[in-house]
Design a protein around this ligand. Structure first.
Ligand SMILES: [Zn+2]
Length: 233
């Protein structure tokens, strides 16, 4: 496992150079020129995961590659990837019963090439979906780029994120700095209900960083996540 943002451009460059015009081709040494990979980009809220997901999709599409974008529980609560800086892209909503392999097979049956998948909000997927991602890489030569949170509001790994750490060819922490109110690096997502940090409850409760309802989330450093100090906000 690597934990190095520098892997992102390398991965992208490899994916682009290896697949265009010569899919499945082999080099002189007999090794596949293009070997698809499962990559997991992770970070706390507000670190730009969805923005990076859409940028990745744009970069690949510009090079003539074809892909699908999936999401689950996007902040818009609709079948699209939206970002806090205002970008949006239609996406396929991943339900409990959706099989990512079937999705790719059906697209190919319809004559749509699928070179890659962009899986946003992947920590909210089922573990089975992560297994399907790995199979898509290994058997279908589809690059899979998964983006998501690592940990929940209790600072425990989401099951799908854990499986991604276990299975991914590459793991990269997104390095866009998110700061706690104290100025330290923001690392963990706190769930705030009625102004208090809570530590029990369902793993996924929809809210946002904007305090529009009873539940909201706030990125804190480990120290202040531990003490529950919201800095008077
Ligand atoms: Zn802090």
């Amino acid at each position: 496992m690597t934990d190095d943002a520098a892997t992102a451009p390398t991965c992208l460059a490899r994916g682009l150079s290896g697949s265009v015009g010569d899919p499945g081709g082999r080099g002189a040494d007999g090794r596949p020129r293009h070997a698809a990979a499962l990559t997991f980009f992770w970070g706390p809220m507000d670190c730009g995961k969805s923005t990076m997901a859409l940028q990745m999709n744009y970069n690949h599409a510009r090079q003539g590659r074809r892909g699908l974008v999936t999401t689950r529980i996007d902040r818009s609560l609709g079948p699209q990837v939206t970002t806090r800086i205002g970008l949006a892209h239609t996406a396929i909503e991943v339900t409990d019963t959706l099989d990512l392999r079937t999705l790719v097979r059906q697209a190919r049956d319809d004559g749509v090439r699928v070179d890659y998948l962009i899986c946003d909000e992947a920590s909210f997927y089922e573990v089975a979906h992560v297994e399907q991602m790995a199979e898509l890489v290994d058997r279908y030569d589809v690059d899979v780029y998964a983006f998501g949170l690592a940990t929940d509001f209790r600072s425990c790994l989401f099951p799908a994120a854990q499986r991604l750490f276990e299975l991914a060819d590459k793991v990269a922490r997104i390095q866009v700095e998110v700061l706690c109110w104290c100025g330290r690096e923001g690392l963990l997502n706190a769930r705030v209900v009625d102004g208090e940090v809570v530590r029990s409850g369902a793993q996924v409760v929809i809210g946002d960083t904007v305090p529009t309802g009873q539940v909201r989330y706030q990125v804190l450093c480990r120290r202040h996540h531990r003490t529950g100090d919201l800095g008077g906000q």
